[in-house]
Ligand binder design. Structure first.
Ligand SMILES: [Zn+2]
Length: 366
């Protein structure tokens, strides 16, 4: 049987908690991480109705996109739906886990899901998240180089875009003098030593620092492993918010609206007109993405698909960008499929179910 923390670690490999925004509260919200999983229910929102579904279907882990505890709770008396949901989860031993802005900020997260639904080509992240890459420089005796490199690659260092196994090395001379207290691999106490070493340089995602340093210590032959760690300001193509890509064929405004309704299963949407201009380059951001209007314009998008756009924000389209507000729920409901695919592929021993509750509090009438 798998434990809850094994499922949540898998989700954190996909969307590390460190990638969540500062205002967010992603992670395990209720429950015992060491409990055995009886079943997982995946949902956009965790509400009382979703918990009832979990209880009825024998699931003790609910994985949601939106954290039900978002702000601080000062009491648990059951006065609000948030308090009642938490009380119900605790009374029924249900763990609630949320993968929120961290899932918005990764490749293969919320926005890739939308971009794929729209069939966008040449997808890339709209705004990269800064300070997510690091560089490791270390010095390894020449004959141990391959072993150390293999361990570092295994831990996730040296992957750049579509390339893996990336590193740079140059050979030089390392010098050191072991003390009486040292247990050197090469050399002896108080004798200055010179060794032919390779200087290795590798890039890696900052979230993997612990794992990569452990792998280095493990694989390196020396007692003291000489190394430098640098924070980089290079753009990380794999971390950031929103996606942008191109439709296979440009579409006129009316055609694009019909296309959106069909691909995203919409009853309707709010949008700004671009007149006779055609839509080819499309930016997307699940949830509330109006903060990306200027970035979408700057990158030449013809349309921005998102939710929760306010009246005055629509003016920022300047007649050049079709802002398509399809609704917060409608833009993110398919995150359930991301959780479902990831968990069911790795854990065949328990049921992973997609919640059938429509948690959208917004209804439409025409
Ligand atoms: Zn959202």
């Amino acid at each position: 049987m798998a434990k809850i923390h094994e499922v949540t670690s898998l989700l954190e490999q996909l969307a590390p908690l460190r990638y969540q925004e500062s205002y967010d509260n992603a992670g395990l919200q209720t429950g015992d991480a060491n409990a055995e999983v009886t079943g997982v229910l995946v949902t956009l929102d965790c509400t009382e109705a979703v918990l009832e579904e979990a209880i009825a279907k024998g699931c003790n882990l609910v994985v949601a996109h939106h954290p039900v505890i978002f702000k601080g709770l000062k009491q648990l008396t059951g006065r609000s739906y948030v308090e009642r949901t938490i009380i119900k989860a605790i009374q029924n031993n249900i763990a609630i886990y949320a993968s929120h802005t961290n899932l918005d900020n990764v490749l293969h997260g919320v926005n890739t899901k939308i971009a794929n639904k729209l069939g966008l080509q040449q997808q890339r992240i709209l705004v990269n998240k800064p300070s997510t890459l690091m560089q490791l420089v270390t010095f390894v005796p020449v004959e141990h180089t391959e072993k150390v490199l293999a361990a570092l690659h295994q831990a996730g260092a040296g992957n750049i875009g579509a390339y893996s196994g990336c590193s740079f090395s140059v050979t030089g001379t390392g010098r050191f003098t072991p003390s009486e207290q040292a247990a050197p691999t090469i050399g002896s106490a108080n004798q200055p030593e010179q060794v032919q070493e390779n200087r290795l340089e590798l890039l890696f995602p900052a979230v993997l620092q612990g794992k990569i340093m452990a792998a280095l210590q493990q694989a390196h032959p020396y007692e003291e492993v000489a190394h430098y760690l640098y924070n980089l300001e290079n753009q990380n193509q794999e971390v950031g918010i929103g996606m942008i890509g191109e439709l296979e064929q440009e579409l006129a405004e009316e055609q694009f609206l019909t296309y959106l309704k069909e691909k995203m299963s919409l009853q309707g949407l709010r949008y700004t007109s671009i007149g006779s201009k055609k839509v080819k380059r499309v930016a997307v951001c699940g949830g509330a993405g109006s903060f990306l209007i200027k970035d979408a314009l700057r990158q030449g998008a013809d349309a921005l698909l998102t939710g929760d756009v306010k009246y005055h924000e629509f003016f920022d389209a300047e007649g050049r960008l079709m802002i398509a507000d399809i609704g917060h729920y409608e833009s993110e409901v398919y995150t359930k499929e991301i959780f479902y695919d990831a968990i069911s592929k790795t854990f065949p021993n328990f049921a992973v179910l997609i919640s059938e509750v429509n948690t959208n509090p917004v209804r439409y009438t025409f």
